[in-house]
Design a protein around this ligand. Structure first.
Ligand code: F6P
Length: 364
């Protein structure tokens, strides 16, 4: 009798829209092959905690429209300490690294898994891959990030929806800015990458997009806004990426001291000093939420199908990617050697922005 193949799926790192679509597609793709699927809760914690925290996934799990919701139905983790694990009675216990490896292996064996699909960033994939190797199972990665800076893929799950969320916010802020003849400084997520700020600024008809990849001067921004005023523009939208440095080279950090946040306040203050009626807006985690747009659903579905094919083909440590209109895959070791992909200062989107008169920093 042939044994039914069992696979696991988990989400790891910061959430974004499209994760549930990916979980659904992994599940449906596997069930279509006659396999069984186990969703692991809260990233690898689901296999580390005792009792384990997982659920068997079936088509019935998607009767309630999870796949159209933002967030992740499996839960995730981007800052937790795996050495502190929850016990059945709700208290926590300290677990050593060796014990984590052992628990992971025992968990995988108990569930009978032969492969694990990791929907996350390359850091998560690298870590989980080590556990998988120890447990003797394969790891297949699916990239997700609203920052869109994952190595080797032109698009990651979550980016398209976040870009639409920011564009919608800009559309709304534009009406209030126009009514009050104000400059709105809009701070957008993206850590060290400006893809989200740049593309949303173009789609949302902003006047400026300041991103970490392109040097700028405050005077350059000021001159641009004054030029707009002289031409009859009574309001403006200035998009700033959270990972931008102030002209004197400083990052602004959020209250947690770990993630960026607050750079918009710097520009609010300076523009006010220069006579503008100005307000700063930090869009925050709303950018990681919302119904996934069609292109994120398509990407998540196509990625999941390739992940299932790779498992069926007996592959290990492969990461799916989007390249020139189709899905491809790379070896994890290669992904880890390639740096994250920032905005190309000479790339198509920067050229579009500049050609539309959007200030994106200094031209060389
Ligand atoms: O990397 C994704 C991201 O959303 C960044 O754009 C942002 O800086 C960070 O995560 C926020 O992380 P946290 O969930 O820890 O606030």
């Amino acid at each position: 009798m042939t044994q039914v193949k069992r696979i696991g799926v988990l989400t790891s790192g910061g959430d974004c829209s499209g994760l549930n679509t990916a979980i659904r597609a992994v599940t449906f793709g596997a069930l279509t092959k006659g396999w069984e699927v186990f969703g692991i809760h809260n990233a690898t914690d689901g296999l580390f905690s005792r009792p384990m925290n997982y659920r068997r996934l079936t088509m019935a799990d998607f009767e309630f429209p999870y796949a159209t919701l933002g967030g992740t139905m499996l839960g995730t983790n981007n800052s937790g300490n795996p050495h502190v694990q929850m016990k059945a009675d709700g208290t926590t216990e300290e677990v050593t690294t060796e014990e984590l490896y052992q628990r992971f292996k025992d968990g995988v064996q108990e569930l009978g898994l032969s492969a694990l699909v990791v929907i996350g960033g390359d850091g998560s994939m690298a870590l989980v891959s080590k556990y998988c190797q120890h447990a003797g199972i394969s790891m297949i990665g699916i990239p997700k990030t609203i920052d869109n800076d994952a190595p080797c893929t032109q698009q990651a799950i979550g980016f398209a929806t976040a870009r639409s969320v920011v564009m919608d916010a800009l559309d709304k802020l534009d009406t209030t800015a126009a009514s009050h003849h104000r400059v709105m400084v809009v701070e957008v997520m993206g850590r060290g990458a400006g893809h989200l700020a740049l593309e949303a600024a173009i789609a949302g008809f902003a006047d400026a997009a300041l991103i970490p990849e392109i040097p700028y001067t405050y005077e350059g921004l000021l001159a641009h806004l004054k030029h707009g005023q002289a031409a009859g523009k009574k309001h403006a939208l200035v998009v700033v990426a959270e990972g931008l440095k102030t002209p004197d080279g400083k990052h602004h950090f959020a209250g947690n001291g770990r993630t960026y946040g607050g750079i918009s306040g710097y520009f609010e203050e300076r523009l006010r000093e220069d006579g503008f009626n100005v307000r700063a807006n930090i869009l925050g985690h709303v950018q990681r939420a919302g119904t996934p747009v069609a292109s994120d659903r398509l990407l998540a579905s196509a990625f999941a199908v390739r992940a299932i094919e790779l498992i069926a083909d007996g592959q290990n440590n492969r990461v799916v990617a989007w390249e020139n209109g189709k899905v491809t895959d790379f070896d994890l070791s290669y992904i880890l050697k390639v740096a994250n992909s920032p905005v190309d200062p000479n790339g198509a989107m920067v050229r579009v922005a500049r050609s539309l008169g959007i200030y994106v920093g200094n031209e060389k």
